[in-house]
Design a binder for this molecule. Structure first.
Ligand code: FAD
Ligand code: GLY
Length: 370
């Protein structure tokens, strides 16, 4: 007869799912990009994801905009620019594995202004009214000039998420979809296992990539910042009114090549309050039609919303945690789509070979503990 303690212990061990050496919590673009990189480097990896559709990754406009977003010089800007520069090659690799296009478009981003003070961070690249109206017809007469960021780009974030979802599975990563991680069970400085809606899971290493919901699992300062969005469609997709993303002072307008135009976004501190509101929609429509009056006559196609994972300093939490077998990759706030390739690369190199990228220190969670 086994001692009852040992029996319980064995029962626990045998009832645990051990699907892979590395378990990623969260199936948004961040979790999936890390899974992709780990798998390409030969690791055994699985993803647990509550719901693909609720991810911020599905709501995002998909701007790759380190310059247009006005990120001040420093580690965050450096990380964003490195990631933007990885995009073309990384997208090619991703699309060839998944067979699914992402509509990456190196279209540049224009920041039109109603007055010179509209954009505090840019010191160069000012375009006069004549130049900007010539480059991009259909702007409002109120636009007095603006800034042009030719290296910024865009991707269709829903297609990106789908492409990643397919690619990792193509490579043999298991995605357990519909599974909620309820608790990260810790003992001293280690994670012992995960308690989930589908029983217990165990792995050698865990990566937290649960975006806005990260605080449900760990006491880290990541909170939701809601963004409402809408899309219109131009009547004739062969006659696109916009050839570049417009990053206005009040709103942004992201034309896709198929004639859809994505308009964003509100920024609201309302927790996880769901739904689109008349006030949110009114704000988007008023601001977008002020910038491009023709939008008033296009067909409304869709309204939606999502939750940006925000940290107090608006920088992500990347790298080690208080637990030696738990790595953090969360809190990407307004730039998670942009930061997807670099996050995958940096986190995979850290987890597999303890290769610490020079910028990692700046993104360590302990900056909030002082
Ligand atoms: P998410 O995409 O939110 O994914 C988290 C996943 O974790 C979800 O699938 C969720 O179901 C799962 N999960 C959560 N909790 C659990 C749990 N307990 N158990 C199991 N699974 C769990 N970024 C840009 O770079 N450019 C943009 O133009 C841009 N526009 C945006 C516009 C809006 C309106 C919003 C909301 C965001 C925008 N962003 C943009 C930001 C970007 O979308 C996010 O930073 C990025 O998607 C974060 O990705 P993530 O994978 O960390 O989180
Ligand atoms: N980066 C755009 C947004 O978060 O709305």
């Amino acid at each position: 007869m086994l001692g009852s303690g040992l029996a319980v212990w064995l029962a626990l061990i045998f009832s645990m799912k051990t699907t892979a050496d590395i378990l990623i919590l969260g199936g948004g673009v961040i979790g999936l990009a890390i899974a992709l990189e780990l798998k390409l480097q030969g690791a055994s990896v699985a993803v647990l994801c509550r719901q693909f559709e609720e991810a911020a990754s599905q709501a995002a406009a998909g701007m790759l905009a380190p310059q247009a977003e006005g990120i001040p010089p420093g580690a965050m800007r450096e990380l964003c620019i490195r990631s933007r520069d990885l995009y073309p090659e990384w997208i090619q690799k991703l699309e060839s594995i998944s067979g699914q296009t992402t509509d990456y478009w190196a279209c540049g981003i224009m920041a039109p202004a109603y007055c010179q003070a509209d954009f505090p961070h840019a010191v160069t690249q000012w375009q006069t009214a004549t130049a900007i109206h010539q480059q991009q017809p259909n702007l409002s007469d109120e636009v007095i000039g603006g800034w042009w960021f030719p290296e910024d780009a865009q991707v269709d974030s829903r297609k990106l998420a789908r492409s990643l979802w397919l690619a990792v599975q193509e490579l043999g990563v298991t995605i357990d979809s519909g599974v909620t991680v309820q608790e990260i069970v810790r003992q001293a400085d280690r994670v012992t296992h995960l308690r989930t809606s589908d029983g217990d899971y165990q792995a050698a290493h865990y990566i937290l990539a649960t975006g806005s919901w990260s605080q449900d699992l760990l006491p880290i300062p990541v909170v939701p910042r809601k963004g409402q969005m809408m899309a219109v469609r131009v009547p004739d997709p062969t006659q696109l009114p916009l050839q570049t993303v417009l990053f206005g002072s009040e709103s942004y307008i992201v034309p896709r090549q198929d004639g859809r135009i994505v308009i964003g976004a509100t920024s609201e501190n309302v927790g996880f309050l769901p739904g689109n509101t008349p006030a949110g929609m009114q704000q988007l429509m008023r601001r977008a039609t002020r910038l491009v009056p023709a939008i008033a006559n296009y067909t409304i196609e869709e309204f939606w919303y999502g939750f940006r994972p925000a940290t107090p300093d608006e920088w992500p939490l990347l790298g080690t945690s208080a637990y030696e077998n738990l790595t953090l990759a969360t809190g990407h706030y307004r730039n998670g789509i942009l930061l997807t390739p670099i996050t995958g690369q940096i986190i995979a190199n850290w987890v597999l070979r303890q290769e610490a990228d020079a910028v990692l220190n700046a993104f360590h969670w302990s900056r909030f503990t002082a």
